[in-house]
Design a protein around this ligand. Structure first.
Ligand SMILES: Cc1cc2nc3c(=O)[nH]c(=O)nc-3n(C[C@H](O)[C@H](O)[C@H](O)COP(=O)(O)OP(=O)(O)OC[C@H]3O[C@@H](n4cnc5c(N)ncnc54)[C@H](O)[C@@H]3O)c2cc1C
Ligand code: SF4
Length: 546
């Protein structure tokens, strides 16, 4: 309905231009070309670029230019995207297109279920170019290497210039990150983060960090203790409106076998909703975010986390406004420094750092497999059907809500696949498919680098490995689990503990080169040869069973 209104607008625009052109040049050759509407700039807005103040729209003139958006099956099938993730993207895109149209901006929009939808971004863009003959393409830098290549190819095939602009949703450009990296033998978050604090002045007192320390990480590792988290603040939830409901029907129809469900869908899909979610995080959860950042609790999905990653990644929120809100909460005495610094470190540090790692190392990075891990991802990652309580909880909530917090991703699901020896590409495809916040520039380095250590230490200084005792310390999962985190062999041995020692034994020679691994290897050496053999047999039995 609205799409055809856009078409009428474009046709009027085209007639106007054709008339002007023909009166000027007196060109009578108005056959094929004059039937097409010609537009000056075709502004490409991808599903994770939903910001009306995007650099791509800086000089947008609705009387000359048009916006192009496309829903395509490829984005949900090149990896198996969960129903909730696909719904989130498409619903946010439709809401954004509606917002643009309210301002009377022409939007050329391909709907997923349109009969002539080619199923790929390249196919849809090609059609639009053939129909409307734009003089130029404009876009903000995409977050995905694959998408950039594919759109560039279309532009080249049509001999069209494509103006790719820096994405203002980051504090640093990829070029600046590369400069930072070029002066160093080794990349480490901590040094990058300090540079970012100095560059931006965030949480700084002149040249010094506020509070005298750069990093309050040590104070970000509390657990909930025996009594649990008690009454937790309710997360912001947004009931699906008519647009989201329609998208849900389409997604359920088009991808009936994709994992997860839409039944619990409650994500913010508009900027206004995202701003509400930000406000409720700052008011209700930020003060306790620092202390409980790493804690886990059975059945508690949301805890004190922000749940803002999906809104940030689709650009419904700008990290600059999110950090500013957190910093204000500190200066006004609403939240303690360790909470605010812990939160800001994730956005100003990790988020920017992983983006730099991604663009600096693609496309080879996606194939990293430093430890030559070639196991299969267990089937229960698609169902949650396992008797390991910690994994069951993390996977079940992931499939239900499209969300798990960082320690669940890193120290439960990621730790297990690392210790089990699953092929990193399979692990990457799972993470990219199941989380509503999953976009490749942030997901891939977190999976390949931080979680699977498959880049051999490019991103992280050591593998994040631990036995089941870590999960026991940080959660209550082990209390109800049929396994015992203290046991590495025998019927009740915790698979995490067995696999942990087996991993250390297997990779001891390689890991010994890393000074940060010496303590763990020293502990390994306390085990007798017989113990190591028994652990290895148990680990292999577990792998065979899985
Ligand atoms: C294996 C693995 C895969 C991941 N995949 C993704 C992904 O696809 N998309 C994604 O946004 N994050 C990913 N992360 C990072 C992190 O787990 C999520 O950003 C976080 O859990 C999102 O929940 P939240 O918004 O409640 O975060 P909070 O705990 O409230 O943190 C605040 C914000 O900081 C940012 N942030 C926190 N940790 C990281 C990090 N390690 N890297 C980059 N940004 C970070 C996020 O924008 C987040 O919203 C992944 C982590 C791991 C270990
Ligand atoms: S005992 Fe092991 S498998 Fe069970 S919940 Fe604890 S860490 Fe997870």
């Amino acid at each position: 309905m609205t799409a055809s209104k856009d078409q009428i607008k474009l046709n009027k625009l085209s007639k106007l231009k054709t008339t002007k052109k023909s009166s000027k040049s007196n060109n009578t050759n108005n056959t094929n070309k004059s039937k097409k509407s010609t537009i000056r700039n075709l502004v490409i807005i991808l599903g994770d670029q939903l910001d009306a103040s995007s650099a791509a729209l800086n000089d947008f003139d609705p009387s000359l230019d048009a916006i192009w958006m496309a829903e395509v099956a490829e984005e949900s099938t090149h990896i198996t995207s969960s129903k909730q993730r696909t719904t989130f993207f498409l619903s946010a895109m439709r809401h954004f297109a509606a917002h643009l149209r309210e301002q009377d901006w022409p939007v050329l929009y391909s709907e997923l279920d349109a009969a002539d939808n080619s199923g790929t971004l390249a196919g849809e863009l090609t059609k639009t170019i053939q129909q409307h003959s734009p003089q130029q393409l404009i876009m903000a830098a995409p977050g995905d290497w694959r998408v950039l290549q594919s759109l560039r190819t279309v532009a080249r095939d049509h001999q069209l210039a494509i103006d790719i602009r820096d994405d203002a949703h980051f504090f640093t450009t990829v070029r600046e990150f590369m400069q930072h990296a070029s002066n160093r033998k080794q990349l480490r978050l901590e040094f990058f983060y300090r540079e970012m604090r100095q560059k931006t002045g965030i949480l700084m007192d002149g040249a010094k960090p506020i509070g005298g320390k750069w990093n309050f990480d040590i104070e970000n590792r509390g657990s909930f203790g025996k009594h649990g988290p008690g009454q937790l603040p309710q997360p912001s939830q947004f009931a699906p409106d008519a647009i989201t409901q329609q998208v849900m029907r389409i997604v359920n129809q088009q991808f009936p076998d994709h994992p997860g469900s839409n039944d619990t869908f409650a994500w913010p899909v508009t900027r206004n909703q995202a701003l509400q979610a930000l406000q409720s995080f700052i008011e209700q959860r930020l003060p306790s975010f620092g202390l409980y950042q790493d804690a886990l609790w059975e059945g508690e999905v949301w805890l004190y986390h922000s749940h803002l990653s999906s809104a940030l990644n689709l650009k419904l929120l700008n990290p600059k406004e999110v950090i500013s809100a957190a910093e204000t909460a500190y200066t006004q005495g609403h939240a303690p420094l360790e909470a605010v610094e812990g939160f800001i470190r994730q956005l100003l540090g990790w988020r920017e750092y992983v983006r730099g790692i991604y663009w600096m190392n693609m496309p080879d990075y996606q194939h990293s497999n430093a430890f030559n891990a070639n196991g299969q991802l267990p089937d229960f990652f698609w169902t949650g059907d396992t008797n390991m309580a910690c994994l069951r909880d993390a996977i079940t909530q992931t499939l239900k809500h499209g969300y798990a917090h960082h320690i669940q991703r890193l120290m439960v699901t990621g730790l297990y696949t690392l210790l089990l020896g699953v092929n990193p590409k399979q692990v990457h495809e799972w993470y990219l498919g199941v989380y509503v916040d999953a976009v490749e520039w942030v997901e891939l380095p977190n999976t390949i680098g931080m979680s699977q250590f498959a880049d051999g230490g490019l991103m992280a200084s050591k593998p994040y490995i631990a036995s089941g005792k870590y999960i026991d310390r940080m959660s209550n999962h082990c209390k109800t689990c049929r396994f015992d985190p203290a046991q590495s062999t025998g019927e009740n041995a915790c698979p995490f503990t067995t696999l942990y020692w087996d991993y250390l034994s297997k990779h001891a020679d390689t890991l010994a080169k890393n000074p940060r691994m010496l303590m763990q290897l020293k502990n390994l050496n306390r085990l007798s040869k017989e113990q190591k053999i028994a652990i290895h047999i148990q680990a292999e039995q577990h792998r065979a069973m899985i």
